[in-house]
Design a binder for this molecule. Sequence first.
Ligand code: ADP
Length: 419
Amino acid sequence: MIRLGCIADDLTGATDLSLMLAREGMNVIQTAGVPDRQVDLSDADAVVVALKSRTNPAAEAVAQSLAAAEALRKAGAKHFFFKYCSTFDSTDEGNIGPVTEALLDFTKSDFTLACPAFPANKRSVYRGHLFVGDVLLSESSMKDHPLTPMRDANLVRVLGRQTKLSVGLVAYEDVEKGPEAVRAAFARAKAAGHRIVIVDAVSDAHLRVIGAAAHDLAVVTGGSGVAMGLPLAYGIKPKADAGARMPAPKGRAAILAGSCSAATRGQIAAALAAGTPAFKIDPLALADGKVSAAQILDWIADQGAERAPLVYSSADPADVARAQDKLGRAQAGEMIEHLIADIARALPERGFSRLIVAGGETSGAAVAALGVKALRIGPEIAPGVPWTRTLGGTDLALALKSGNFGAEDFFIKAWDLLE
Ligand code: ADP
């Protein structure tokens, strides 16, 4: 039975939340967009719908979020979690306020909380003010964010500008005292006419208290931090074999890297030093028609099965600049993404069922080419990067690595977590 239906306003935020819930013992399925009817969600404790709604016009974000909530409710969810960024990324027009209001209407409930705190990542809320590290949000680099500049750290005020509902505060003293005190504070806030409360939290212990106090709310909103206490509040305990290996479909393994980030380049260097067979894509040769997906697929097939072959376009900044000068920035990127997507699409039919893809955009292109609609979240390979197994469609084990994530031995060690 789905205990928690989650709606995340962007993809990496969805994965972050999925990992948090999985670590706390939930079976988690993450879907790309509103879940398809064909995807079987029946054994999930939590389903996390990844939207791309953070900076959409408010009406669109509301419509997408409600479509997700509807699908989650059809799948059995009675509790809903709206996940946004731990820096409360939004403008005075939304979308945190409007989506929260819509979800309260949707669940016919009259009260929820908002807590972006994530102390492990240096986001804390004290007296309703959001701190990023040692400084107020409004003094952090978020003040100059290109899409959602955050110039006010007082979240009661920030959220108050986004909604017609009255916004209150449950402060540190109550959170410090424990779940009963927080529930009493909720009741006082409700009696005072507030429909949303910002809740202070400066430690994981506070997040767990909030989870325990919030288990009967139909809607909880926040960063992934505040989800930490919810599984236990729903009676789910961390699994004894957490961090254990993931059963994976039999088949060969390969690595596709289109990220040029420093971490990925270090991982490639480490893989090459360890003797990994590798094919480097030269963007200029690709533009001249001298390299093709078919040719690379033949090369992959010729490699021995004992080591996962690596295909990469990753290059240092000078080489990237050279390619971009000749081909254009966007064109170079798209050409390489298309090539990697074409390779990914053809791999399953050639017996490859275990893939690591490095790069956010590159992963997006590969996953779209593979037709992946939903993923079951498996063990964490590195902070922010789980193994996943596809649901519906071709059965694959996928590790989708954002460019700068993971230690140097990622491409070598990740396989150890597969059965
Ligand atoms: P990251 O997660 O590191 O940001 P992305 O995959 O999101 O990685 O973005 C990397 C972008 O750079 C992609 O569009 C990719 O196609 C492009 N790219 C990869 N290799 C090269 C290269 N050698 N020259 C120019 N662009 C490249």
